[in-house]
Write a protein that binds this ligand. Structure first.
Ligand code: ADP
Ligand code: MG
Length: 451
């Protein structure tokens, strides 16, 4: 292969990858790469940070073989140059207080209670939430005609309320005749209590049965252990469904895991149950960029990566980080530097030191970062990825869960004392030489400290 062929090979690879990944992925990961040089032996490329290099290798190693010169060991011959970090300007004119404070502002009058910032267009999609977003858009396009009810469940801060309110806004805009009611379960219960006190229950019942076409209910888990209200809620639910009125419900657990009556659980399972999961790194980077842009804050890809990589347990954390950066950049009248991000993350971590961690939390944290199921970590598989994740879990449990003795830990993991001690020593040793592992372990630790 000549130098020119290698150069063309790189360009063809970029086109090849562009055709296969989302526009967001391309913009975040591939577009920032610059070809520096191409010889018959190797191509030199400049990447904005080490994550892009890892992304390229993890996702395209095999494809690259077809386009580039090869090393003797059969790997693609790429010389990576990591671009030195640059300081960036905050878009000062755009950062006015009104832009910076994107709090839970409620629009559309007190009764409807839709957050005016929650729209489909600023809900960033990735593999973890694509299904929910499509289902929600389907419902918003033809309320009562596609999936009914639609149940959206998932952990805290993963965008359930955002999606719910997006449906509300969309229906209001595109189906002007339909009457939308968006309410949290707690508000529903409070309204019911008030109406009982005011002797206006019939009016309230009539409203929900006859004056609502699309009912959006947030956080149904608050109906648990409220038997008196559950029955009334269930009656309303059935009455609406029977009239083909659309219902969308969010919950922190799947319906079968909620402590609700069988009748209520069965009603919820009539329709479509969709799960919103933890977004992976690529989506988190896109979310950080989008939130920064909404606030008129310019940040480099590197800064977005730093935030997204270190905060992976919920989106609210990511937003909190962007908000802090924005406030600091404005108050200090400074550019956003990587140093500022590091300092901010350090502060966020010291504000909430974690004193009562459980082994379960450690397992979940390791599972998220190492992309291995909790059941596999606890199981007996010796596959390399699982074995490392298991050793890391043991190492962190021993370090971070002060309340558990070694005996308790060995019961938790169903392993002997010496296996646990051996795992801790192995990880300690590896951490001195393996940078990737070190970053992953730090990431789990930081996320545990932040949750
Ligand atoms: P939940 O109701 O699941 O606890 P929220 O809907 O309140 O979570 O989301 C928390 C914050 O994260 C909100 O400000 C929301 O805008 C933001 N958020 C969550 N997921 C996304 C996403 N995919 N794209 C953009 N913002 C998101
Ligand atoms: Mg919510």
């Amino acid at each position: 292969m000549t130098g020119n062929q290698a150069r063309d090979g790189w360009k063809q690879f970029i086109q090849f990858a562009k055709d296969r990944c989302s526009a967001a992925a391309f913009g975040n990961w591939l577009a920032p790469i610059h070809l520096l040089d191409a010889t018959e032996e190797e191509v030199s490329i400049e990447v904005p940070n080490v994550f892009v290099k890892e992304y390229l290798i993890a996702n395209y190693q095999k494809d690259l073989l077809a386009f580039l010169p090869l090393k003797e060991n059969g790997e693609p011959a790429i010389h990576f140059v990591v671009r030195p970090p640059k300081r960036v300007e905050v878009a000062k004119e755009a950062v006015s207080p009104s832009v910076v404070t994107l709090d839970e502002e409620i629009a559309d009058g007190p009764d409807l209670r839709l957050n005016r910032h929650y729209h489909f267009k600023n809900f960033i999609e990735g593999p973890s939430n694509q299904f929910v977003k499509s289902a929600a858009m389907g419902v918003a396009n033809s309320p009562g005609k596609s999936y009914n009810p639609l149940i959206i469940h998932g952990g805290v801060g993963l965008g359930k309320t955002h999606i719910l309110h997006s449906i509300g806004h969309y229906v209001l805009k595109h189906h002007k005749k339909l009457r939308v009611q968006c309410i949290t379960t707690e508000q529903f219960i409070n309204d019911l209590v008030d109406s009982l006190r005011n002797k206006s229950v019939d009016k309230l019942k009539k409203f929900y049965r006859h004056d609502v076409d699309v009912l959006l209910i947030d956080d149904i888990q608050f109906l648990q252990n409220r038997q008196n209200f559950e029955e009334e809620f269930c009656n309303m639910f059935e009455a609406l469904i029977n009239q083909n009125k659309q219902i969308v419900v969010t919950s922190d657990k799947p319906p079968t895991q909620l402590k609700l009556s069988e009748r209520m659980t069965a009603r919820m399972e009539w329709g479509l149950v969709a799960h919103v999961g933890l977004p992976e790194l690529e989506t988190r980077v896109a979310i950080v960029q989008s939130k920064a842009e909404q606030r008129g804050l310019k940040i480099t890809n590197n800064v977005a990566f730093m935030i997204a990589e270190n905060m992976c347990s919920n989106i609210r954390q990511l937003e909190g980080a962007v908000n802090r950066l924005c406030a600091q950049a404005r108050l200090m009248n400074q550019d956003v530097s990587e140093q500022m991000v590091l300092e901010m993350m350090r502060q966020m971590m010291t504000v909430a030191p974690k004193e009562t961690l459980s082994v379960d939390q450690i397992l979940k944290g390791v599972s998220t970062v190492f992309q291995v199921k909790v059941s596999d970590i606890k199981g007996g598989s010796r596959t390399k990825d699982i074995a490392i994740a298991r050793q890391v879990a043991m190492f962190l449990a021993r370090q971070m869960v002060s309340s558990e003795s070694l005996s308790n830990l060995s019961a938790w993991f169903d392993k002997t004392h010496s296996t646990i001690l051996h795992a801790c020593k192995t990880i300690e040793k590896k951490l001195t030489a393996d940078d990737l592992l070190k970053r992953q372990v730090e990431m789990v630790r930081r996320n545990l400290e932040l949750t």
